[in-house]
Design a protein around this ligand. Structure first.
Ligand SMILES: C[S@@+](CC[C@H](N)C(=O)[O-])C[C@H]1O[C@@H](n2cnc3c(N)ncnc32)[C@H](O)[C@@H]1O
Length: 803
């Protein structure tokens, strides 16, 4: 029978390169079986597949049967574990000339030596030995039984061509070696249609890495001069942060040009630093992540455009491993070394800290110069504030070892006119910085954009100069309450550079020393609490039934938590209407006693007041009971601000308040009247006398004549300014925990609806005719101002008390 013309042509082609028919025939048979008689695949590229298969057969034959069978056995075991299939072909050194590449079909990456991968079954290809790969292996792309047109393709289900076990072990060695040098290497992604090798490699046959040759960083870097990524370290943590997709450390940039081949989870190292299995690695083609002792990392990368990126990241998660947490000095030194090495900076005195410092100083200088003139012209504080530096420039030249804090607040979106540079001196200036920041950008500000829009500031603060007071002051800007209240209360100064006076914020009165204030449960008898009540007294109990309401004859709060209109009107009337005011005189006035140091003067009279009694812990109702308003604390949005009328600091509401709303309590140190006078009263501007019961109870014990002094310890009420007659707040005594009438709370309620941003005021009851007493010129602005009219109305404040 005449031979098949295609067979004849195959014999002829092989003969042309010196291979006899005898050798061709069995191999051709195998290939036909493998390719399912797809002649085109065999014929392509001048029968290259056939030629290579024959060479493989020859190679295998040279190996002794005994040795071969032993090695084969081992490799089969290994491969069986790692990969079900092996690649059919790899390029062999010195044999390329025997199979001239077909120009039309050659791969740009392999210089025409690309081979196709037929379907491979282990039993059909025993001759493809791994020992050949070990000696002459080429890290070959996976081959495809596809079109074979020089494209690298993944094989179909039956013809998959994973990287050989040998290649995997080579990679393992490389990774191990590189681990010690903290350099990450990315394996090229093997994707359909993506050339694998670098441009530099095109034109060469392939990258050949002998099995036992050490794989060093130098080798890799030498092979890739066109990429300017000198140093990069990526740590396991950076994977989880998504940093690993960076191309900084890739040594095969053609992969980087495209999107990452896989997610971080498929990286070659697991997050725990354990090398992933070879199959995991091959499927990921992602960065190799190298665990290092130091959890912090420095990345330096440059682009061909000359851009340089320096990323220093410190991992504080030291508890997770035994990582050594570097000091700032260590990191600085490391950065400097790397900069010197990578960027060939010759100056041995080069310092990263100096570099950063210079940048900061340049910024300061430039901004200062450009802003001085405009500032003088404007003569006002602009929303763009501020540039401050805590120390003279010399103080910055400490090499960073003292731990400078460089803080930059910048919003370039809004064009602003910066203020001149200020040099801070200690706490005051520092607080001023905070103040200005708030004044010019606080969300609470009523002047500008509430979203900190005007901020364009740089604050340089030397950490070693910060005292606890400094830190507190900075912290207080947004919330002076230190978390003592349910709400935050900020402060702002849009008028000048005065800072909030230093004081301790307390939300509850505190006994200073001698004041007799006992909250013991045993003191509070059943008659003073509503133990039979349940839930919300206002909703479930009549005022008569609730012991706490019995005193007033009714509940003074509404279900909405506001003061009962009638009760409020009564309180306002007693305070404002001289006709309604009832002054009661004590026989032995504790105040007069304290004032005159034993020389008793006649009591000048105390105002009779209405009192609120709230339910408390010994009552059967809940904390949410409607008869517990003051004890639940401040619930409105308030802000301390600097008043423009010359009253100093004041308090305002940031939201509309309804009439009869509780605003705040006057909180301070509970001191006896004697203690207060011993403190030199005139210097204190925030005392309140708790005298509501003096007449009726005949207070005579010195330790029971109490005042509240908010000068050093107080709450937000210490900023409430005085307004003659028509103040929008009224103070009402409130009994909560103690039935002992010499101590009670003093709570402020709105006398009318108050608009947002309106200042909150109360009538101190001051008599401005008495120059001996309260010594301020009233700036309340009320048309009923007593200071202006020099009215004869009496003042009942602690200073002048009815004189
Ligand atoms: C309880 S403090 C109020 C907070 C005070 N403005 C501050 O800056 O700390 C009382 C002091 O505020 C000032 N003040 C209060 N009301 C004022 C008013 N109507 N006019 C002028 N000064 C006032 C007086 O100096 C007074 O001694």
């Amino acid at each position: 029978m005449a031979p098949d013309p295609r067979v004849a042509r195959a014999f002829k082609a092989m003969k042309a390169i010196g291979i006899t028919e005898i050798k061709v025939k069995p191999v051709l048979k195998k290939l036909l079986r493998l390719y399912e008689k797809n002649w085109e695949l065999i014929e392509e590229e001048n029968y290259r597949v056939l030629a290579d298969a024959i060479f493989d057969e020859e190679d295998d034959a040279k190996v002794s049967d005994q040795k071969k069978s032993k090695i084969d056995e081992e490799n089969y075991e290994e491969e069986a574990q790692e990969e079900p299939l092996r690649p059919l072909k790899r390029l062999r050194r010195g044999q390329e000339s025997r199979v001239p590449p077909s120009p039309s079909n050659s791969s740009p990456s392999l210089g025409g030596a690309l081979l196709k991968m037929p379907k491979v079954e282990d039993d059909e290809l025993p001759a493809t030995s791994s020992q050949h790969q070990s000696q002459d292996s080429v890290k070959s792309p996976r081959l495809s039984a596809g079109n074979g047109r020089g494209e690298i393709q993944r094989l179909g289900n039956k013809g998959k061509a994973p990287v050989s076990a040998h290649v995997a072990s080579t990679e393992n060695r490389c990774i191990r070696k590189r681990s010690s040098q903290a350099l990450s290497i990315r394996e090229p992604a093997v994707e359909s249609g993506i050339p694998l090798l670098t441009k530099k490699m095109s034109g060469t046959r392939a990258l050949i890495i002998p099995k036992d040759e050490p794989f060093t960083d130098d080798m890799l870097i030498d092979n890739r001069p066109q990429y300017e990524v000198p140093i990069a370290v990526i740590h396991p943590d950076s994977i989880s942060n998504g940093v690993s997709s960076s191309c900084n450390v890739s040594l095969e940039e053609q992969v980087c040009e495209g999107p990452p081949a896989s997610s971080n989870l498929n990286g070659q190292y697991r997050v725990d630093g354990v090398p992933a299995s070879s199959s995991e690695r091959r499927s990921s083609n992602e960065l190799t992540i190298v665990p290092e002792k130091n959890p912090s990392s420095l990345e330096i990368a440059s682009s061909p455009m000359g851009e340089v990126k320096i990323l220093l990241s410190c991992n504080s998660d030291v508890g997770r491993s035994n990582f050594h947490m570097p000091s700032i000095d260590e990191l600085r030194q490391s950065m400097e070394e790397r900069c010197l090495r990578s960027y060939k900076i010759i100056d041995p005195s080069f310092s990263v800290m100096n570099l950063l410092q210079n940048v900061c100083e340049c910024f300061l200088e430039l901004t200062t110069n450009s802003s001085c003139e405009s500032q003088e012209r404007l003569g006002t504080v602009t929303p763009c504030d501020l540039l401050t530096k805590s120390t003279a420039p010399d103080a910055l030249h400490n090499g960073g070892s003292k731990g400078n804090i460089y803080t930059c607040f910048a919003d370039v979106a809004t064009p602003q006119v910066p203020r001149p540079l200020q040099f801070l001196n200690g706490l005051n200036d520092l607080v001023g910085t905070s103040e200005d920041m708030v004044a010019n950008g606080s969300p609470m500000s009523d002047k500008g954009d509430p979203e900190f829009s005007g901020s364009c500031s740089l604050a340089l603060v030397t950490q070693c100069q910060l005292t606890p007071d400094d830190l507190r002051a900075i912290h207080d800007v947004k919330n002076i309450t230190k978390g003592e209240e349910r709400v935050e209360i900020s402060w702002v100064n849009e008028v000048n550079h005065e800072r909030l006076p230093t004081f301790y914020y307390i939300a509850q009165n505190l006994v200073y020393q001698n004041a007799s204030v006992n909250f013991t449960l045993s003191q509070i008898g059943a008659e003073h609490c509503c133990s039979d009540c349940f839930g919300n007294c206002l909703a479930t109990t009549s005022a008569i039934a609730c012991a706490c309401a019995r005193q007033t004859g009714k509940f003074v709060y509404t279900l909405e938590g506001l003061l009962d209109e009638e009760f409020l009107a009564e309180c306002v009337s007693i305070t404002r209407d001289p006709q309604q005011q009832c002054l009661l005189n004590c026989r032995d006035c504790p105040l007069e006693r304290s004032k005159n140091e034993g020389i008793l003067e006649p009591c000048k009279g105390h105002l009779e007041r209405s009192i609120i009694r709230e339910c408390w812990s010994k009552c059967g109702c809940y904390k949410q009971c409607g008869n517990r308003v003051v004890q639940r604390g401040i619930n409105s949005k308030l802000q301390v601000f600097f008043t423009p009328e010359g009253k100093g600091w004041g308090l305002r509401t940031l939201e509309k308040l309804p009439k009869g709303a509780f605003v705040c309590e006057f909180v301070g140190e509970i001191v006896t009247t004697k203690e207060l006078y011993d403190r030199n009263t005139k210097k204190h501007n925030c005392p309140v006398l708790l005298d509501a019961y003096w007449v009726s109870k005949g207070v005579s014990k010195e330790e029971e004549a109490l005042c509240l002094d908010a000068t050093n310890f107080g709450n937000v009420a210490r900023f409430l300014n005085h307004r003659c007659f028509d103040a929008n707040l009224i103070e009402i005594p409130v009994e909560i925990e103690s039935p002992e009438h010499h101590y009670y709370h003093l709570a402020f309620f709105t006398t009318r609806e108050v608009d947002a941003l309106e200042e909150l005021t109360w009538d101190y009851g001051v008599d401005f005719d008495d120059h001996d007493q309260m010594s301020f010129q009233c700036q309340c602005g009320s048309k009923f101002c007593r200071n202006m009219k020099r009215s004869n109305s009496k003042c009942f404040c602690i200073y002048c008390y009815g004189t």
